[in-house]
Design a binder for this molecule. Sequence first.
Ligand SMILES: CC(C)(COP(=O)(O)OP(=O)(O)OC[C@H]1O[C@@H](n2cnc3c(N)ncnc32)[C@H](O)[C@@H]1OP(=O)(O)O)[C@@H](O)C(=O)NCCC(=O)NCCS
Length: 187
Amino acid sequence: MAGVGQLTLRLVASDELTAAQVARLHELMQDAFAGDEHGGFTEEDWQHALGGTHFLLESDGAIVCHASVVTRELHVAGVPLKTAYVEAVATDPGLQGQGLGTQVMRAVGDFIDAGDWQIAALGTGSQAFYERLGWRIWRGPSFVRTKSGDVATPDEDGYIMVRLTPRSPALRPDAPISCEVRPGDVW
Ligand SMILES: CC(C)(COP(=O)(O)OP(=O)(O)OC[C@H]1O[C@@H](n2cnc3c(N)ncnc32)[C@H](O)[C@@H]1OP(=O)(O)O)[C@@H](O)C(=O)NCCC(=O)NCCS
């Protein structure tokens, strides 16, 4: 297992990423999601990670772990909530299991708590990793809001996780939850 060097965490807006950072992030996502059962990390997945704030954890100047936070509008029981949606969480495969993902997700949690989001959410198959960081599997049925109405997304049920923020209203954890439609994976 490779060793972790001097660590630096940078928060960078999507439109301020350098070309070199974008290239490295593409490489990191491809490497980290190579064994993913859903066909790896797609261009649509990358697009989903843009438009917000990137958390870049560098080891000796090289990006080794990433997450991004974008704003979406989820509805819980029909109530619109300004949502911090976490995308593209990945650690360099050679450096996994050494606390880097935890460090990034703790910073993401602090950032979200300091903002004005009413809930945080993400979609994942790595539920245990997030549970220890305060995220909970949403127990209600999930939907996507389309022009022709809400469409159930049953394949996503059990894979959507949420984290309450200081601005979260009281929420029934078994209530229906919906997201806006987007290209690629909607959740
Ligand atoms: C999930 C991921 C980001 C975790 O990053 P990491 O740097 O390895 O995480 P950490 O070292 O901080 O792990 C903290 C703990 O979570 C556990 N953990 C790590 N990945 C996990 C996973 N996929 N599922 C369950 N637990 C996991 C670790 O074993 C560790 O537990 P320990 O301290 O008891 O050993 C990393 O495994 C990864 O990039 N995976 C591929 C891409 C991916 O699946 N991303 C997240 C899904 S959206």
